[in-house]
Design a protein around this ligand. Structure first.
Ligand SMILES: NC(=O)c1ccc[n+]([C@@H]2O[C@H](COP(=O)([O-])OP(=O)(O)OC[C@H]3O[C@@H](n4cnc5c(N)ncnc54)[C@H](O)[C@@H]3O)[C@@H](O)[C@H]2O)c1
Length: 257
């Protein structure tokens, strides 16, 4: 029960990494706001969590590229559970793997709105709640950004996705240094290609050859699984990581070495 008494808001929690973080955080005792644009899948994650720990999860419809939605999901956490301790900026978007000059302006804007501007909206929405909470210790509030190895060791065909994840990493480090004096921690995870619905867009097409080529770049020889990301996430947002800020942890089977 490493997150007992804490309330976490997780964006993009209807699927993939976000859904598994929601389940694992709940198992560790947290209250969870499952925030997503996919209401059907989001509500089914809430139902699963209710089976683990009744009364510990709610769904909040939130498009993270919209300020009013982001403000609303943070307020929903405060209204329902009385506090906000953890924000996980996990919702993400990419263009399909393609040459840089074929990516439309709409796709470019969507990538930066969902992957980067969401962090700006989230930070501004959550900080007043962190500040109002009276803990003087090192865990007054934690923001975890799910960036990517794409921001550290990019692959071709994903230029603007890669760039957006580099921006998330830069924001994490900058926020870590700026908010340290307020006992607010900001950290990131950089997952390697993982078995979620996004994988097909990263590869361009889902074929045995593409899968083998991607796996060949990972020293430990496999894709990441949602459980790999959730295990690292629990540690980073828990009090056990109280001396870590600005850290961007690769969960990548050695891909970035
Ligand atoms: N799967 C990978 O290979 C991989 C690797 C590195 C990093 N990541 C990152 O991990 C994060 C989670 O991705 P995933 O692989 O679990 O994908 P996923 O498709 O399983 O889940 C993404 C979720 O985000 C939601 N979402 C999309 N746009 C949204 C928006 N505007 N507002 C709110 N929710 C929105 C989707 O509805 C979905 O539920 C993303 O930020 C992604 O960039 C994924």
């Amino acid at each position: 029960m490493r997150l007992q008494g804490k309330t976490a808001v997780i964006t993009g929690a209807a699927s993939g990494f976000g859904a598994e973080m929601a389940r694992v955080f709940a198992r560790e005792g947290a209250n969870v706001v499952v925030a997503d644009i996919n209401e059907e899948w989001g509500r089914s994650v809430v139902e699963e969590i209710e089976g683990i720990n009744s009364g510990s999860a709610i769904f909040s419809f939130a498009d993270v590229s919209k300020k009013t939605d982001v403000d609303g999901m943070i307020q929903a956490a405060a209204d329902h559970f009385g506090r906000v301790d953890i924000l996980v900026n996990n919702a993400g978007y990419t263009h399909r793997n393609m040459p840089v000059d074929q990516v439309s302006e709409e796709e470019y804007d969507r990538i930066f709105d969902v992957n980067v501007k969401s962090v700006y909206y989230g930070m501004n929405a959550v900080l007043p709640h962190f500040r109002a909470q009276d803990q003087a210790g090192p865990n007054r509030g934690v923001v975890l950004n799910i960036a990517s190895t794409a921001g550290v060791r990019p692959r071709p065909g994903l230029v603007w996705y890669n760039a957006s994840k580099s921006a998330m990493i830069g924001a994490t480090r900058s926020l870590g240094i700026e908010l340290g004096a307020e006992n607010v921690r900001v950290v990131a995870i950089n997952p390697v290609a993982g078995e979620t619905p996004l994988l097909e867009k990263f590869m361009g097409e889902d074929t045995p050859e593409k899968r083998a080529a991607f796996k060949a770049t990972v020293p430990l020889g496999r894709f990441s699984q949602p459980s790999d990301i959730a295990s690292a996430a629990v540690f980073l947002v828990s009090d056990e990581a109280e001396f870590l800020t600005g850290v961007c942890l690769e969960v990548d089977g050695g891909r970035c070495i």
